[in-house]
Ligand binder design. Structure first.
Ligand SMILES: *Cc1c(COP(=O)(O)O)cnc(C)c1O
Length: 357
């Protein structure tokens, strides 16, 4: 028997979610964001299911090159552009769209000009204060960029707070940006998943959709997207590999992290923090066994989890378990571990086999 843990990637869910995004942003083109190996789902596993997208956005050059090697000839956006001169040669070779967020990149570009017209994203610092140019410096940046061969220039902004309630602040930022760029007839790309859902006034020419493609909420709260009919793409499955009968006074796991006063039947699951399940989970985190929701007991081990079987008396060795996915929302597990679904998806361990459905 193989160790019974595996993640299923539901390609129909990907297609479905992309179509929903298309419906929401019908006047815009869509970058499907597949950085961090498609949020842990595997670029190789997902890109063909997203072929109806207008382009793919990645972080690293390796991700961009692998997409070309799989046969993808759609536009590919490097979200942070290039990191050195060698990168630029590869950008030109494969026709990637670059982001420019800093003067050092601009200088490097001028010293290593492209031989054909390239597409350039200019990142505006819209308040996050990580990357990007201040609006005051935009005329200077544009004057420099105009000295090289460019096809399209797009202004990119990334909002720090796109929660539904933040409508006013988002509007003010957009107004301020638009005032400063109105003399240019360039494209705009401002919206991530949250802005796609809750701030349609930000959609403009290109939206950049990440987390909702994969079927989780940008806020970390599933309730916020329940209405949108988005479907979770990744399901993490395992099985019970041992049953224990506890007596009153027994404990479970390292450091006696769970203690019982009753006779109690528990199951041991083949999944631990080395598989990507968060260790710092709170008590009573839900888990699905044979279709019934029960809860996790005690500390998560590297390779195992103990669960309560009091409400699933028929569960036994080989019973099917869902840790997160279609039924147990990854947002809920993330909340229980004080994090967000993004981190859990990206942390799925290499040792977990992936099955494409
Ligand atoms: C990651 C990223 C996105 C996607 O964000 P989601 O919240 O997952 O939709 C969009 N834009 C930029 C610049 C990013 O780095």
């Amino acid at each position: 028997m193989n160790r019974p843990i595996f993640a299923v990637i539901n390609t129909n869910a990907l297609k479905h979610n992309l179509q929903l995004i298309k419906n929401m942003t019908s006047k815009s083109k869509i970058w499907s964001v597949i950085k961090a190996n498609a949020y842990g789902h595997g670029i190789k596993n997902v890109w063909k299911s997203l072929i109806q997208t207008d382009g793919f956005a990645v972080l690293t050059l390796d991700e961009a090159i692998s997409l070309r090697k799989y046969g993808c000839n759609k536009p590919i956006l490097l979200l942070e552009g290039f990191f050195n001169k060698k990168d630029l040669d590869i950008v030109y070779k494969y026709n990637f769209t670059i982001t420019i967020h800093s003067d050092w990149q601009l200088n490097m570009l001028i010293l290593n000009k492209p031989k054909y017209n390239i597409n350039v994203y200019i990142k505006i610092n819209s308040g996050m204060n990580r990357l990007g140019f201040n609006l005051k410096s935009i005329p200077r940046i544009i004057n420099i960029i105009k000295t090289i061969k460019v096809k399209n220039i797009t202004f990119m902004a990334h909002f720090a707070n796109t929660s539904r309630k933040n409508y006013k602040e988002i509007n003010n930022i957009i107004k301020f940006i638009n005032k400063n760029i109105k003399q240019y007839n360039f494209l705009r790309s401002f919206a991530n998943s949250a802005a796609i859902l809750w701030h349609p006034q930000t959609h403009y020419d290109w939206v950049r959709s990440g987390i909702i493609l994969y079927g989780a909420s940008p806020t970390g709260n599933w309730k916020d997207i329940k209405k949108n009919k988005i479907i979770p793409v990744m399901t993490l499955n395992s099985e019970i590999i041992s049953i224990q009968k506890l007596l009153p006074g027994n404990t479970v796991g390292y450091n006696d992290s769970y203690h019982t006063n009753k006779h109690r039947r528990i199951g041991i699951i083949a999944c631990g923090y080395a598989d990507g399940y968060p260790r710092n989970i709170s008590n009573n985190t839900p888990i699905l066994v044979d279709g019934y929701i029960t809860k996790i007991l005690g500390d998560i081990s590297m390779d195992m989890i103990a669960i309560d079987l009091i409400n699933v008396p028929n569960a036994n060795i080989g019973s099917k378990v869902e840790l997160w996915g279609e039924n147990i929302k990854i947002d809920d597990i993330a909340q229980s571990a004080n994090t967000i679904s993004y981190e859990l998806m990206c942390s799925l361990s290499k040792r977990v086999p992936i099955i494409i459905k």
